[in-house]
Design a binder for this molecule. Structure first.
Ligand SMILES: [Cu+2]
Length: 186
């Protein structure tokens, strides 16, 4: 995955209960860009760690140690990249109090937008089929838990205000493979 800005956190989902001392490192060139402690979510199925908001462009390796309540642990890793030049392709909605995204023809329109901190984003369903707004990844929807709507029928809408800089990848959980979008908060 290549992100157009620094993620607000790195979250990893599991299908078993996590326990201490589970940990996440977010490494580039041997340096850990993670900030603060690794946090296990209250349902114990996800763990997350913040990342330095000034993390540079490049490829990151997430190295994690996931522990079970019985004390056994296993390691894993995966990569993601940050490339701020991708933000040039985003629709510029900065310096607005509010902006709208249509759910139209099973797509988010516009698909990728750039906004300023404090902007209210409203999604409106123009389609006859139901849609959702869900934070990545699918189906756990844990990256930014505040960005999860109920099922939206035609002409129904959903709004949230984005207060923190970073990239917010999201999707519609009814059309998770193709109906995807990004909010870049400057
Ligand atoms: Cu949909």
């Amino acid at each position: 995955m290549v992100l157009a800005a620094v993620p607000i956190n790195v979250v990893i989902d599991f299908n078993f209960d996590l326990a201490k001392p589970s940990s996440i490192k977010i490494e580039m060139d041997g340096k850990d860009l993670g900030v603060g402690e690794t946090v296990i979510d209250s349902n114990k199925l996800s763990m997350r760690r913040d990342i330095d908001p000034n993390a540079p462009d490049g490829v990151y390796t997430v190295v994690y140690n996931a522990c079970w309540p019985d004390g056994s642990c296993h390691d894993g890793n995966f990569q993601f990249a940050i490339d701020r030049s991708l933000g040039a392709g985003f629709a510029d909605m900065t310096n607005k109090k509010e902006t709208e995204i249509k759910l139209s023809q099973i797509m988010f329109d516009p698909q990728n937008i750039k906004i300023s901190k404090g902007t209210k984003v409203t999604w409106i369903n123009d389609d006859g089929v139901g849609h959702f707004v869900n934070t990545d990844s699918h189906p756990a929807h844990t990256y930014y838990k505040d960005q999860n709507s109920k099922a939206l029928k035609k002409e129904e809408s959903y709004s949230i205000v984005f207060e923190m800089s970073g990239i917010y990848p999201y999707h519609c959980s009814a059309h998770a493979d193709t109906m995807i979008g990004n909010i870049l908060v400057e």
